[in-house]
Design a protein around this ligand. Structure first.
Ligand code: ADP
Ligand code: MG
Length: 586
């Protein structure tokens, strides 16, 4: 049970607040996570980790000297949002670039990638090394698909030590990748874990049984057996991991025996002794092992064994000192503390007010979001039904949450220019919507905001560029092509027709009507396709005959906007475009 809380929905936030209070010499609180309080050198690479809450000491407990510069902290077992990751990384950046390293889970990948796009736009060099150590989660020839579990520790440690010793971003990335390539883990569980507020564990293992390979969020295991003795368990874990020994490994190994929640230290030590005996018997030299809680899963009864196979250079970084709330090694000089308030403010700087002309255009953008939110509300139920054919049925509710949050954020950004309104609304959309489509819409709006600027006026060409930016962002983040049966199938014809019409000199209003019609036609045509990506892929046959929900919702929104801009009371864009634009339209 997870028993101690006032409000279960506030559990993750309150836990992080208390953690920071209890470790104030080590970390400071950011909007979205924590940052180390010890000063960093100018140009030092910032190793930024993160993930869901409920895995302490991953992730916040591993922030400090010689390890992570900062951690983005999500809700219970849920990825931090792209906005949180962005703000945390922005605060942590020392001008030397940012290395994102985190466990390989779809939600985290989407949000970290989205944050990386935004940071790169601001000139920050961002690299990513995903931890993929769990041998139970995908076959050997698909190692890159594996999940990250306690192998987080060696990868974070190597990256953090390299950054601390002044290596540049290329080198820190190379070393972290090499550490991940040489790390393998396998976990077992004897029961489930319970989220705060829940009466029951959200998965279970029958009494007296052990699930092999069960993930840290209850992902199904690979096999089940009767509860073994300590010697049998050691033999199972060591045997499976030695089978997966990397080709280029040497005879040095770092065993990391990790308790997942309720296995006691005393029990772990019993097992560790047997693990080490087996490794030594296999002719291996054990280097600086770890035995304790390193990546947990709330109150889960279970444990994992990680074998990390360092070569000489990795061994040096593994042995380097570190000083964090939960992981301390070697002896370090006293750290110089820095002022976290300033970093926090730098990461959440508010927008400058725009000129009167820019503000008027910003107000038009706000009314666009009001319309989007009204259109979405009117179609929410239809899209939910459509998504339940082959997806998980949440497309309507997700779009509603995203569009409403975007409209609210846009209203709050009124008084600034178009770029500010779009980026603020996009951030809110992806933060609140959840789901794949939320991340795609959010990023696309942010990218659009970035290319349009807070101008006093726009040309027809600017409008075409903005539509293209939306389209490219969706393609870049989701890696879908036309024909994969996703929203890309509607977005691409929309951007193409919009650009062509404007090139031909059509007024923006007419170009928008034509583009929306093309999107609608293309969305309907997806009914004949089989999905190649996303949640609908495993249910491809069921999806045949039904259009793609994301393509449909995009087309309906485009149509709604075309109607809005044709309505009398709203100033059509061409009335606020510059003279150049009006000329090209004639
Ligand atoms: P989720 O799939 O996470 O439940 P939604 O239900 O809100 O998210 O959105 C589903 C829609 O997202 C799909 O109909 C499709 O249009 C779009 N989508 C899913 N994956 C991708 C992708 N990789 N690229 C572009 N669009 C995608
Ligand atoms: Mg869905």
């Amino acid at each position: 049970m997870t028993s101690i809380y006032d409000d279960p929905t506030a559990f993750a936030e309150e836990s992080i607040d208390g953690f920071v209070a209890a470790n104030r010499n080590y970390v400071g609180r950011l909007d979205g996570g924590v940052i180390r309080s010890a000063a960093m050198s100018p140009g030092q690479v910032a190793v930024v980790i993160g993930g869901g809450s409920g895995h302490y000491p991953a992730f916040a407990g591993l922030v400090g000297v010689g390890l992570a510069a900062a951690s983005a902290c999500g809700n219970m077992f849920a990825s931090p949002s792209a906005g949180q990751i962005y703000r945390v990384a922005k605060a942590a950046d020392m001008g030397g670039g940012v290395l994102f390293t985190y466990g390989n889970y779809a939600g985290d990948v989407m949000h970290f990638d989205q944050a990386a796009v935004r940071l790169r736009n601001e000139g920050i060099d961002v690299r990513t090394v995903r931890v993929t150590d769990d041998i139970a989660s995908a076959p050997r020839d698909q190692r890159y698909k594996r999940r990250g579990v306690a192998g987080d520790l060696p990868v974070f440690k190597i990256a953090g030590a390299a950054a601390e010793s002044g290596e540049d971003i290329d080198e820190v990335e190379r070393l972290a990748r090499k550490a991940n390539d040489r790390t393998r883990s396998l976990g077992v569980a004897f029961g489930g874990c319970t989220l705060p507020g829940a009466a029951q564990p959200f998965f279970s293992v029958p009494p007296g049984r052990m699930s092999v390979g069960l993930g840290i969020h209850g992902e199904p295991g690979i096999s089940e057996s009767d509860m073994p003795t300590a010697s049998e368990l050691a033999a199972l874990l060591v045997g499976r991991l030695l089978d997966e020994r990397p080709d280029d490994s040497e005879s040095t190994v770092v065993p990391i025996l990790n308790g997942l929640g309720t296995v006691k230290y005393d029990e772990l030590f019993v097992l560790y002794g047997k693990v080490e005996t087996l490794l030594t018997a296999a002719g291996l030299r054990v280097l600086e092992p770890e035995c304790g809680e390193l990546v947990t899963s709330l109150d889960m009864p279970g444990l994992s064994l990680t074998l990390f196979w360092p070569d000489e250079e990795l061994a040096g970084y593994w042995s380097a000192p570190a000083d964090t709330p939960a992981y301390r090694k070697g002896i370090l000089d006293r750290h110089v503390q820095r002022d976290i308030t300033r970093l926090r403010e730098a990461a959440s700087a508010t927008a400058e007010p725009g000129s009167p002309a820019a503000t008027r255009l910003g107000a038009l953008a706000v009314s666009v979001f009001e319309t989007v939110s009204a259109v979405v509300a009117a179609h929410e139920d239809d899209w939910g039904v459509l998504d339940s054919v082959a997806g998980d049925g949440d497309h309507g509710i997700g779009m509603r949450r995203g569009a409403d949050a975007a409209a609210a954020a846009a209203r709050a950004a009124a008084g600034t220019g178009v770029s500010n309104v779009l980026t603020t609304a996009g951030e809110a959309w992806s933060e609140k919507a959840g789901g794949t489509s939320g991340a795609l819409w959010g990023t696309a709006l942010i990218q659009m905001g970035r290319v349009v600027g807070n101008n006093d006026a726009y040309t027809a060409a600017d409008a075409a560029v903005a539509a293209r930016a939306f389209c490219s962002a969706v393609i870049e983040l989701g890696s879908a092509e036309v024909g994969d049966k996703t929203m890309v199938d509607a977005v691409v014809p929309f951007a193409d027709v919009f650009g062509d019409e404007l090139d031909r000199g059509s007024p923006v209003r007419r170009a928008l009507i034509a583009a929306a019609a093309a999107a609608k036609h293309a969305a309907e045509a997806t009914a004949a396709l089989r999905p190649k990506l996303g949640r609908a892929r495993p249910l491809a046959e069921k999806s045949l005959g039904h259009p793609d929900p994301g393509a449909v919702s995009f087309a309906v929104i485009a149509e709604g906007l075309a109607e809005m801009l044709s309505a009398e009371e709203i100033p059509a864009p061409e009335t606020v475009l510059t003279a150049t634009a009006s000329e090209s339209e004639r």
